[in-house]
Ligand binder design. Sequence first.
Ligand code: Q9C
Ligand code: ZN
Length: 344
Amino acid sequence: MRIFSNPEQAGHNPRDEFFRGQRVPCFENPTRARYVLEALAARGVPVGSPTHDSTAVLAEVHAPRYLAFLQDAWRQWLALDGANADVQPFPSVWPVRTLRSDVEPANFIARLGLYAMDNGSPLAAGTWAAAKGGADAAASAAHALLSGERAAFCATRPPGHHAGPDFMGGYCFLNNAAVAAQTLRQGGAARVAVLDVDYHHGNGTQAIFYRRADVLFVSLHGDPRTEYPFYLGHADETGEGEGAGFNLNLPLPAGTRPDAWFDALDAACQRVAAHGADALVVSLGLDTFGADPIAGFGLQADDFPRLGARLQRLALPTVMVLEGGYASAELGDNACHVLEGFEA
Ligand code: Q9C
Ligand code: ZN
């Protein structure tokens, strides 16, 4: 298995986020990547830097005006009166329902609301470079498969699956799984499946492929009636237009135990197999772990090799992309356990 890191990840290091009215230290922080890389190093697994530039494929999964905004956002923030590098910008107004989103406001904070689904995606000086490095890793992993590699893993952050065509959200800025899937399509895979096993529904990935039949999206996640992202991820979202029937959501109640979770994983894998995919992209969120501080499933350490083994049984060229997982100290071992189950 080829492993790709993101040499730029540590530059995305915002200080805090909002949680129940308080500012708390960011759950999604550089220590996550450090623990994963340390666990790989402890096992002697070689890790490589990205080999491909994702610029062209990014323009196929994200809107040009969103990419232009994200790339320049930190400079625009610093240009504001009273702003400085030690303060984090947050959106204050969102273009919901009757409001217009076709006209870009001239005000930076207003534009931040236009391009964000929540206030839970704090920016830092190195956000663009880090997000781009992760997307490059995803493109590189896809290219490794196109060159005959059986599997690849992106040990990267920030995550990507909440980032939609033209918005950031849930600690995500660029949709790495979508970059990998679209790169595989460009490289000749006629059908691709994206399987999202993060605790949270991958609303961004679903939105990007919702009207397409060539990329199947399947997700198992905490029921959005009670869990983030709340406004997408229900079972009746099955795709639209050409994409009708190519989206499968399997919401599960918070508190779901491993056996029920693996039953849902099996249903998800059966749908992936029925798609006749040439390649698989796994949004590998590890916040399904019982000790995760912001999620509610009960997976234990020995469930992760079992997950890897079930993915391996699909017998497809597979890109795995790290998404969530906030029990940082255990994150590296949990990730390695998935890879070990896959390779066993
Ligand atoms: N700031 C991923 O696992 N945050 N994203 C709730 C409020 C939303 C999780 C706390 C959780 C997003 C990739
Ligand atoms: Zn998550």
